[in-house]
Design a protein around this ligand. Structure first.
Ligand SMILES: [Zn+2]
Length: 508
């Protein structure tokens, strides 16, 4: 209500309207239901209706939001009206067969383009968003509680959905303390940052997109002998036999391609990490860990930096890696598990997909202490499928869309299936180890199928198997999965799942 005190008399009518509007917002504190899943939660909502809270319905949110947008239209602020109308994410208003990844603003300051006269409207919009944040947070708490109470005898527990909801919390209210902490952020002075960034700041370092984290703006030059991963005699003349170091929040990148190129790669790596944590939320934290965070009992801590090497050209890349991986000439990038290092090379033809694919392997392997032989004897298909899935990231106005039958290599999977009748049965696929897969004669076709399978298991049949697929990845990387694990988690035979996959790809 404080925000009403600075109005002028000429705005009296608007003020009165706003007062009514804000009052109605405050009364219906939990009225915002953007998600279709809430339909399933209605029985819970009814059971607590004695506390007097309004029954959450999507229509009520739409009414409040649309009222505000109409008011913006009425005062001639078309841009703000459109902004408010488009605020709910696509999966909050309709069924989407893909994952919606939300961006998180640093704060709720009004945008540069906002007219001064629209400041009260912006304040009302912020109030609406805070209420939506409150609503999403309560749903996340309920969800994680539900998961914790599941009997492990017949079910597995997953934090996927709770993490998805928590991202919505901080999208609505970037300063939501428990939401931020639950997702792994810490407060540093006046901003929310990753714990690794807070540690750099504590060491009096500053970040710039050109040089990364540095003290007094000085980049680090490594002598070749200081870089045990690199072969010194293969460095290009341009690299002057030295390697530059670019340190971002979560990566330490040694580059013979120059510091600027390393900065570009760092940005892409960090973005991949941000998106990956939403796509595979259930892998990042167990329900027990998330429950501690959500209740403010555990503080996020810094982690070791991941290692990446960016070479100036393809020749350096092959020279450095041929002794480790004879097939390196066929690759565009590589995650080398024994040294936990991603290798890339600078190329005018390179696209972002290699970075996202290899970074995904690295994120899975290093998120927590994983089994170093994961995928060696079986299950490699799912690890590759998850990396291929992350190649489908598409930028949008609200953030990103990942997956979908028209994205990434899924159209190729559809062609292989429908035009070539190519389909490797899941029972056979699951048994392949890393080497056997790499030596398969139909490897490109198999990779297309893996992309299709990842999309099916994550988005098919309204995400029915998403939690099971992520749990399968958890068990693969933990070293506890067996050939049959995924089918058991899905409670279907591999043949039934194969048929469902074919129907999914054929249906559009
Ligand atoms: Zn791969």
């Amino acid at each position: 209500m404080q925000l009403l005190t600075k109005r002028t008399d000429t705005n009296a009518m608007k003020v009165e309207w706003l007062t009514v509007f804000l009052a109605s917002c405050l009364i219906s504190i939990s009225c915002f239901c953007g998600q279709q899943r809430l339909c399933a939660d209605n029985s819970n909502a009814q059971s607590v209706s004695h506390v007097g809270a309004a029954e959450p319905t999507r229509a009520e949110w739409e009414d409040s939001g649309l009222d505000l947008a109409q008011w913006a239209d009425a005062v001639g602020d078309k841009k703000l009206a459109s902004f408010i109308r488009n605020w709910p994410l696509p999966d909050e208003v309709t069924q989407v067969d893909a994952q919606i990844i939300a961006c998180i603003d640093k704060n709720t300051d009004s945008p540069d383009w906002l007219k001064d006269s629209s400041a009260p409207l912006w304040s009302a919009f912020m109030l609406l968003r805070q209420q939506r944040a409150h609503h999403f947070f309560e749903r996340a708490k309920t969800e994680i509680e539900k998961q914790r109470n599941l009997s492990t005898r017949h079910h597995f527990k997953s934090s996927n959905e709770a993490i998805r909801l928590l991202v919505r919390v901080v999208r609505e209210d970037p300063d939501h303390k428990l939401g931020r902490r639950a997702l792994g952020y810490v407060r540093d002075d006046d901003q929310w940052v990753w714990p690794n960034a807070a540690r750099q700041r504590a060491q009096r370092k500053e970040y710039s997109s050109e040089k990364g984290w540095t003290r007094n703006g000085k980049s680090t030059m490594l002598r070749s002998s200081q870089s045990p991963s690199l072969l010194p005699n293969t460095l290009s003349p341009q690299s002057t036999n030295a390697t530059e170091l670019f340190v971002s929040d979560h990566w330490s990148i040694e580059s013979t391609a120059g510091i600027a190129k390393a900065g570009d790669f760092a940005e892409r790596l960090e973005l991949t990490r941000f998106i990956w944590r939403q796509v595979f939320g259930g892998f990042v934290m167990t329900p027990a860990e998330l429950n501690s965070r959500i209740n403010g009992q555990a503080r996020p801590r810094p982690a070791s930096s991941s290692k990446a090497i960016l070479l100036a050209n393809r020749e350096e890349y092959i020279d450095n890696l041929q002794s480790l991986e004879p097939n390196v000439g066929k690759s565009l990038g590589m995650y080398w598990t024994p040294t936990q290092t991603t290798w890339f090379f600078d190329s005018p033809d390179s696209d972002g997909q290699t970075v996202e694919h290899e970074a995904t392997h690295q994120l899975f392997a290093e998120c927590w202490p994983t089994n170093p032989v994961a995928g060696t004897h079986h299950g490699i298909w799912a690890m590759e499928a998850a990396a291929c899935y992350m190649e489908s990231i598409e930028k949008t106005e609200f953030g990103f869309i990942v997956g979908g039958r028209n994205s990434g290599r899924v159209p190729a999977a559809k062609e292989r299936l429908l035009n070539d009748s190519f389909f490797l049965p899941l029972r056979k696929l699951a048994k392949l180890g890393r080497r056997t897969l790499q030596n398969e004669p139909d490897l490109p076709k198999i990779y297309s199928q893996l992309s299709g399978l990842a999309d099916f298991f994550i988005n098919g049949e309204r995400g029915r198997y998403r939690d099971a697929f992520v749990e399968y990845l958890v068990r693969l990387y933990r070293g506890t999965a067996e050939h049959e694990t995924l089918w058991k988690l899905c409670k279907k035979s591999p043949e039934e799942l194969g048929e469902a996959y074919k129907r999914y790809l054929s249906s559009q």
